[in-house]
Design a protein around this ligand. Sequence first.
Ligand SMILES: [Zn+2]
Length: 427
Amino acid sequence: MSRSLLRNVSSTCFSHSLPENIRNPMRKLPIDADYLKTTLLELLAIPSPAGLTDEIVHYTCSKLDAMGVAYELTRRGTIRAILRRTLPERRRQSPACAIVAHLDTLGAMVREIKPNGRLSLMPIGTWSSRWAEGGRVTLFTENSRYRGSVLPLLASGHVYNEAVDSQPVSWDQLELRVDEHMQCADDAARLGIQVGDMVAFDPLPEWLDNGYIVSRYLDDKAGVAALLAALKAIADSGVPVPMDCHAVFTLTEEVGSGARAVIEDDVSEVIGVDIGPVAAGQGASERGVTIPLMDSAGPHDYHLTRRLLALCKEHGIQTNRDVFRFYHSDAGAAVSAGHDVRTALLCFGTDASHGYERTHISVLVNLAELLALYIQSGPTLAEDRQRRTDTVEGFPHQLNPEQLVRQDTPLPDAGELVRPTESRSQE
Ligand SMILES: [Zn+2]
């Protein structure tokens, strides 16, 4: 495309400052930090490894009932809460946005009942057995529950001496010791323990006065709590909602499928809410909101991510840019399921992800503030009101013409370079 042609194409998308019409009505809403913390603690109290999520669905629906937000349930219990738009739509069609957080956590399942009455485990979700070692757990049978500890096979230094320190790290090197008289497989049968029983690890939450929150399963219960706090702020304040917003609570993110089946046709943009792993070399932080521009599913939507960054800048919310190399989310699941949606991911920076995780209450409040702003902001691009268009008129740009100017580096004349010196001097 020539330079002059590019100059004739009109676009407002070279920068992602917010259009005047959506900037005006938005308010940075106060977030009830006590509500957020209480909700997070209650979510942590309800075990919800993927596959054992019915109870946390009941709890989450009760929170939506309490704030007067309507919702639908799929057969398996994925929740789609719906904030209806309150501003009249001036155009014939309006898209909806979806904000997705997951209720399921990591966990384990009984794989084998050993002759000595100990239980082999298979992990639910992807996590290192290193983090399971020493965990206190509840084993759920069909009709009862038992307590126990997950131990390495060589669990006593008095017996195995230094071999304890050189035991490999793997789920095959662990076993569950149930706190009952269990010396053989028959004892397990007597107690009703079977292959396929679910194991939930104690979250062990600890709230510190300085704002740090330490627990297993902040992924993604902290995200769920932040989303509920944002919905409550919207419901309590009565601010205008310019487009339908689906707050989706999924049940199988940790095992890969997540938001694949719950994004409706009218949704044009999907925002995942999840942990941002804090580690050396990462941009994620236990301060501010972390916005990854890419994860294992590829780059997130250019326009939506830049717009979220602009919203934060405009309203004084610290942001951390990052890319995640080994990371899947509900947003990526929606795209891989075939939905034509813009995606972004909003993260709360969390140290030691999928282990004893730590974040800070200020991060969760910032995240809820941003979600409440986003819900008030309307479609990222006005043209997204159409699912298909038969003209490129109005289609956005990512680069401005100056960025596309041809770099001309003319080569010297090779003939001139090799011509004998005397023939040059004769000219
Ligand atoms: Zn997660």
